[in-house]
Design a protein around this ligand. Structure first.
Ligand code: ATP
Ligand code: MG
Length: 475
């Protein structure tokens, strides 16, 4: 059963019970009050009749000491007829409770009479046929006689009114219930609308539509729940997107790795097979061994680079304040002996926040790439300057450049713009992937600006410590 239906059902039950009990109580209360009033009037009437009887008995001519039965009958009959139109019925019994007079239609049994005691009033409500009466009983003392006077007062109307009250109230209650159900139906469906919307949203999400959002239709707790649900969906969508990207990246990586492994291995196996199966002259043997060596070396470089990436990711960076100058000095000492290129250094002194060996790896790779992209004797400019937000390192070459559509891809593992050219220069396609990982640990990234045929500028920003000293340009 739906929540709105449950709500409707329970409200209907509660309304029905409340209306039922209160209606029953109300109608019954009115009935009890009316009956009480009728009882009071019946007792008053009995009293009046008793006085009237005793008065009439005093006026009976006294032939005997005792009031005769015939006189009792006569007085009672007179009293009954004098009350014509009131529906008054009398019964008078003697001391032995034998009936002396009973009005026409006085059919009540002797229960009240048998229970009667002297000087004691009593009454009861009796049903006779389809009608209801209040039967009263009192004691008369007249001319030495001790008689019992009983009256019957017709109160059927009070009972009929009660029945009518119940019927009217029942009809009214059914009408009120129907009206209440219609109103409650709308209220329940309005109140549960956010729940229905959320149920639909969860189903859509379960079916894989992570971009689906629930519409907020109220500002209460359910509205808050909708907001939280949407927020959760956003986080979930983002996380799933990231996970999907990560899985894709891993698949690409494994694919590229297998591919990169295959090429050198094919060469190594091919040349090794040649060496062992045929007797080659010394020059060819040397050539084959050389191929095996260089390809093996490339595999070694690749595995070392991969290891670097894994270790960097795992161990993180030990960032501390270091002098930028020291980094440039290190590069100078590494690259200046290479006389086939023209290296130009220009940098501002500064203290940067970095993991020395990791940043050295990045810079060496950038310089190495610049060398590989340039013709012999090409000019390579390495510079460093302060700027708002930190210290920028820039490596600029005037080499072959990178096509615009390739720029975003060169930081992927194993990606090389020109594979044969890179391989011939011992490239594994991992240098920039490793550099990206390292810079991510420094909250930084590579910024690449390149034009094919003109050259490439690659830079990155590191956090720098504020220095009040004067700035000096070294070159
Ligand atoms: P590795 O660095 O692993 O020895 P690699 O230099 O080929 O090999 P990356 O440093 O990741 O690998 O560079 C990826 C590719 O990006 C290079 O193969 C090259 O095609 C291109 N590239 C990088 N730097 C430059 C540059 N300065 N000019 C032109 N192309 C570049
Ligand atoms: Mg490289």
């Amino acid at each position: 059963m739906k929540f709105s239906q449950k709500l409707l059902l329970w409200t209907t039950i509660i309304i029905a019970l409340t209306l039922g009990f209160s209606g029953f109580y109300f109608v019954n209360y009115v009935f009890e009050t009316s009956l009480e009033r009728e009882v009071g009037q019946a007792l008053d009437e009995n009293n009046i009749l008793r006085f009237a009887f005793e008065t009439a008995a005093l006026n009976v001519p006294v032939k005997y000491d005792l009031l005769q039965d015939s006189s009792v009958e006569q007085i009672a009959s007179n009293l009954e007829t004098s009350g014509q139109g009131t529906g008054r019925l009398l019964r008078i019994c003697d001391e032995e409770k034998n009936v002396l007079y009973a009005g026409d239609g006085f059919e009540a049994d002797d229960e009240l009479l048998n229970a009667a005691a002297e000087n004691h009033y009593s009454y009861r409500v009796v049903p006779l046929g389809e009608r209801y009466y209040i039967q009263t009983q009192s004691h008369i003392n007249a001319l030495g006689r001790s008689l019992y006077l009983e009256t019957l007062r017709d109160v059927t109307q009070v009972f009929e009114e009660r029945e009518m009250g119940f019927t009217v109230y029942r009809r009214l209650m059914i009408l009120m219930l129907l009206f209440g159900i219609v109103i409650m139906y709308f209220i329940a469906s309005r109140l549960t609308k956010p729940i229905r919307i959320l149920v639909r949203a969860t189903k859509e999400m379960a079916a894989g539509d992570y971009g689906y959002r629930a519409r907020q239709v109220s500002n209460d707790e359910l509205g808050e729940l909708t907001q939280d649900f949407n927020h959760m969906s956003e986080v979930l969508e983002e996380t799933i997107g990231q996970l999907e990207e990560e899985v894709q990246a891993r698949e690409d990586f494994v694919g590229a790795f297998a591919h990169e492994l295959k090429t050198p291995l094919t060469s190594i196996i091919g040349y090794a097979d040649m060496l062992r199966s045929r007797k080659l002259d010394e020059e060819k043997s040397m050539l084959s061994a050389n191929y095996i060596y260089t390809e093996g070396k490339r595999l070694e470089t690749m595995s070392l680079r991969l290891l670097d990436i894994i270790v960097t990711k795992k161990e993180g960076a030990k960032i501390r304040a270091i002098s930028a100058e020291a980094l440039f000095e290190y590069l100078r000492s590494m690259f200046l002996p290479n006389k086939s290129m023209e290296f130009i250094f220009s940098y501002e002194p500064a203290v940067v926040m970095a993991d020395v060996s990791l940043i050295q790896t990045v810079l060496v790779n950038l310089l190495d790439n610049a060398c590989k992209a340039s013709e012999e004797g090409g000019r390579i400019e390495i510079s460093g300057h302060k700027e708002q937000g930190g210290y920028r390192f820039i490596v600029k070459d005037y080499g072959i450049g990178i096509p615009a559509e390739e720029v975003s891809k060169i930081t992927q593992a194993f990606y090389m713009v020109d594979k044969s050219r890179s391989r011939s220069r011992n490239g594994a396609g991992l240098g920039l992937a490793l550099s990206t990982e390292i810079l991510a640990l420094h909250d930084s990234r590579l910024e690449i600006d390149s034009t094919v045929g003109e050259g490439t500028i690659i830079g990155f920003l590191l956090q720098a410590e504020e220095e009040a000293e004067h700035e000096e340009i070294h070159s």
